[in-house]
Design a protein around this ligand. Structure first.
Ligand SMILES: [Zn+2]
Length: 312
């Protein structure tokens, strides 16, 4: 059943509509648990579009196993998704910096408040992001340190490769996830793949994990997989690799690979002189969980991130 979460007229004569698809069991007891899947907050991150499609398709294929409510919100920033803009195109505004919003505020703030009102009370909310067009990420969940006791056990259901627990100091309070967790609605932020693309294997991996979460919550009684055991880390064990020069990055190592200290990750080269300007080596034994996808780099640009794995 398609429902409107927020519907406002735009000055240009169009409507700003946020829609969700609510999927319910045929017979309702009134005590159903609810899981909410949201994505498309950043219009240039499309990995979640496939996840929404595939989740709904698989539920509908075997709907007798559905014992709770699934709400799917494919585009919190529909104008952005339609035009491949990260923010809201008319306002050049990052949707993930306006939560919890204000029902009496500007249009964007009102929309944000409507979204929170709709999601509030979910037994679990999963907010799916992709990386940008510059970096490729393995499937991961990022959790604020202050919510880790509640969220890490739920994150383990989702079949991701990596759970990154961030220090509280680096967390932005104006995000959807922060606002929902703050009012007691557990919300997990998934980051995976690359901007403006769909990485089907990551999407399928996450959909398998969402079914595990649904089973744990009592929303699904069909067969599910045994989720992967993710690597869990805190900030201190992540190394950032930055370009020391501007040029063209050519990767040698492959993404998602376990590296030895000193292993060659890639080079920054000059297409004009044919020289290697910088060779980049791994500073430690670890997992290359972020790798640059977009080849043009400026000095200081992020080339990769390595999770240090002691004793490997
Ligand atoms: Zn995002």
């Amino acid at each position: 059943m398609i429902e409107y979460v927020s519907n406002m007229a735009l000055p240009v004569g169009e409507d700003f509509m946020i829609r969700k698809n609510r999927i319910e069991p045929k017979k309702m007891s009134g005590n159903e648990k609810r899981i909410s899947i949201v994505t498309g907050t950043h219009g240039d991150e499309l990995e979640g579009q496939y996840v929404c499609y595939e989740l709904i398709r698989r539920i509908n294929e075997d709907k007798r196993h559905l014992t709770g409510i699934v709400d799917v919100y494919p585009a919190l920033n529909p104008l952005g998704v339609d035009t491949i803009n990260r923010g809201m195109p008319l306002f050049d505004l990052d949707m993930n910096r306006i939560f919890p919003g204000d029902i009496n505020g500007t249009m964007a703030e009102t929309v944000a408040a409507n979204i929170i009102k709709d999601l509030k009370g979910s037994d679990l909310c999963i907010d799916i992001h992709a990386s940008n067009i510059f970096l490729k990420e393995i499937s991961q969940i990022r959790i604020n340190e202050i919510t880790k006791d509640r969220l890490v056990p739920m994150a383990k259901w989702l079949n991701v490769d990596y759970i990154w627990v961030h220090s509280a100091a680096t967390v932005l309070e104006s995000t959807l996830a922060y606002s929902l967790n703050d009012i007691g609605t557990p919300t997990l932020v998934v980051e995976m793949g690359v901007g403006m693309r769909i990485t089907k294997e990551y999407g399928d991996q996450l959909v398998d994990g969402i079914f595990v979460a649904m089973k744990e919550l009592g929303i699904w009684d069909g067969e599910v997989i045994t989720p992967k055991t993710p690597i869990i880390s805190q900030d201190g064990s992540v190394h950032f690799l930055n370009a020391a020069v501007s040029g063209i990055f050519v990767a040698k190592a492959s993404h998602c690979k376990e590296l030895k200290e000193g292993e060659h990750i890639g080079d920054i080269v000059s297409p004009l002189t044919g020289q290697v300007l910088q060779r980049i080596y791994s500073p430690c034994n670890g997992l290359l969980f972020t790798l640059r996808e977009f080849p043009v780099v400026n000095e200081g640009a992020l080339v990769g991130r390595i999770l240090e794995r002691k004793g490997r």
